[in-house]
Design a protein around this ligand. Structure first.
Ligand code: HEM
Length: 426
């Protein structure tokens, strides 16, 4: 977690700064977040503040009581979001959050299911029947188009190889610089700003096209966002929200799917149990174009446990709150172990997670995409294991064992070269 605050306080934690005013520890922190945080923890203890880019970020790495983090009035989400002008954000956040929550709530997931399974089949077909593939690319090439199509509707994701590469390039740059990009002046991040503009233009054009060709009542999220903002005469902000939504969905889903597949494959007994479940629900091996329903997934709880366990281990997201008054925070038990059985205790039938689980945030504004994303990842895992066998060529990918702030950029660096043989089972 990190909390940020601008006020000075007599009981404040140790503060790491730099000699350049405003910039503070910005450049050292920006170059290697994780190492910097770990060094600071060794030197200053579990709670410390980093002053960077005009803000004071307080890292809380071992304290108890994170419930307070989500529920207390002393901490605020809306004030912590900086990418849009504060007045715009504060005016529209509640409305937009309600729109997204409603569109992706549990009882409406069926509307995504057919497109999801169809899209996954289509993309997996493109992989061919066998070969050596880089696991990260395998996940990315299948899930980018599927996620964009189900969230934004068909027509946005490019279709030619050249355009797809361009989309992926700009998204990668935007994603890599996201944390700094929101805070730093544009001149420090020329490439990042260029890629952000590219994505904004893509959405501007797509919103105009969608307006022109509105054919059904089943509005996509972007159409709903545009409508919500239009009532407040802020239509021009729709592309900005759409780019944030693109980031919120893709930047989390891809690393989580990657790590789920890795954890399962490197735990042979877990993999075997999953495969037994898959054969009992869908039959042996993968030659059919199977349908996957919510009920089928219910019969495969181990897949969901593995996803949630992966999420707790390698959560790529960042939970941001502004501290208004002092608070205490808490931590997950056995945080370093991959133990799907942790989830036996959770009442997942009733859609309740474990109390200590924070990967989707909490309090008033937990992730509105959490149910859709779980459906997507469960379906992906069931389908990919049904269709393919994996023969891993590399040892378990390296991870930094730092129990704080598992920053997503790190994982990308480590798994680019991680290869696996995949071959179709039939
Ligand atoms: C594994 C996948 C995902 C993870 C780990 C994740 C995690 C998170 C977290 C931690 C937050 C912050 C919550 C808080 O501050 O309390 C968040 C917010 C958000 N997420 Fe997700 N998310 C995922 C997938 C998605 C998807 C697929 C979508 C969209 C379809 C989405 C849309 C959003 C949005 C719009 C917000 C901001 C909510 C607000 O305005 O308050 N997320 N997510």
């Amino acid at each position: 977690f990190y909390l940020f605050h601008q006020q000075r306080n007599l009981h404040r934690p140790p503060c790491i700064s730099g000699w350049i005013p405003w910039f503070g520890a910005g450049s050292r922190f920006g170059k290697a977040h994780l190492e910097f945080i770990e060094q600071a923890r060794i030197k200053h203890g579990p709670v410390f503040t980093i002053f960077a880019l005009g803000n004071r970020f307080t890292f809380v790495t071992e304290e108890d009581g994170f419930d307070v983090f989500f529920k207390s009035k002393e901490i605020n989400f809306e004030h912590a979001v900086e990418d849009l002008p504060k007045s715009t954000f504060l005016t529209f956040h509640g409305l937009l959050y309600g729109t997204m929550k409603n569109k992706m709530k549990i009882s409406t997931l069926y509307q995504f299911n057919e497109k999801l399974v169809e899209g996954l089949h289509e993309q997996l077909e493109n992989l061919g029947t066998d070969g050596s593939k880089n696991l990260y690319n395998l996940v990315r090439h299948v899930l980018c188009p599927v996620t964009v199509n189900i969230i934004f509707g068909k027509g946005l994701y490019p279709t030619t190889q050249e355009d797809i590469q361009e989309f992926l390039k700009h998204f990668q740059i935007y994603d890599d610089g996201f944390q700094n990009g929101g805070q730093m002046p544009g001149c420090f991040l020329r490439n990042w700003s260029k890629s952000k503009m590219w994505l904004l233009n893509l959405f501007e054009k797509s919103i105009t096209d969608l307006e022109r060709n509105k054919v059904s009542d089943d509005l996509t999220l972007v159409q709903l966002i545009t409508n919500t903002l239009r009532h407040g005469a802020k239509q021009n902000k729709a592309p900005n929200y759409a780019v944030l939504l693109l980031w919120a969905s893709l930047s989390n889903v891809i690393p989580v799917v990657y790590w789920t597949v890795v954890y399962v494959l490197y735990n042979p007994s877990v993999y075997e149990n999953i495969m037994e479940g898959i054969s009992s629900v869908f039959g042996e091996a993968g030659k059919h174009k199977i349908e996957i329903s919510k009920n089928d997934l219910k019969k495969l709880p181990l897949i969901k446990w593995c996803i949630l366990e992966t999420l707790h281990l390698v959560t790529p997201g960042v939970i941001t709150r502004k501290v208004i008054e002092p608070v205490k925070i808490l931590y997950f038990p056995e945080p370093e172990l991959f133990k799907p059985e942790h989830w036996e205790k959770a009442n997942l039938e009733k859609n309740a997670f474990l109390d200590e689980f924070v990967a989707f945030g909490g309090g008033k504004y937990p992730c509105p995409g959490r149910w859709l994303t779980l459906l997507e990842i469960e379906t992906y895992v069931a389908l990919v294991f049904y269709k393919y066998q994996f023969n891993l060529l590399d040892p378990f990918p390296k991870q930094v064992k730092i129990p704080v702030f598992r920053f997503f950029i790190y994982f990308k660096m480590s798994y680019y070269h991680h290869k696996c043989n995949i071959y179709n089972k039939y």
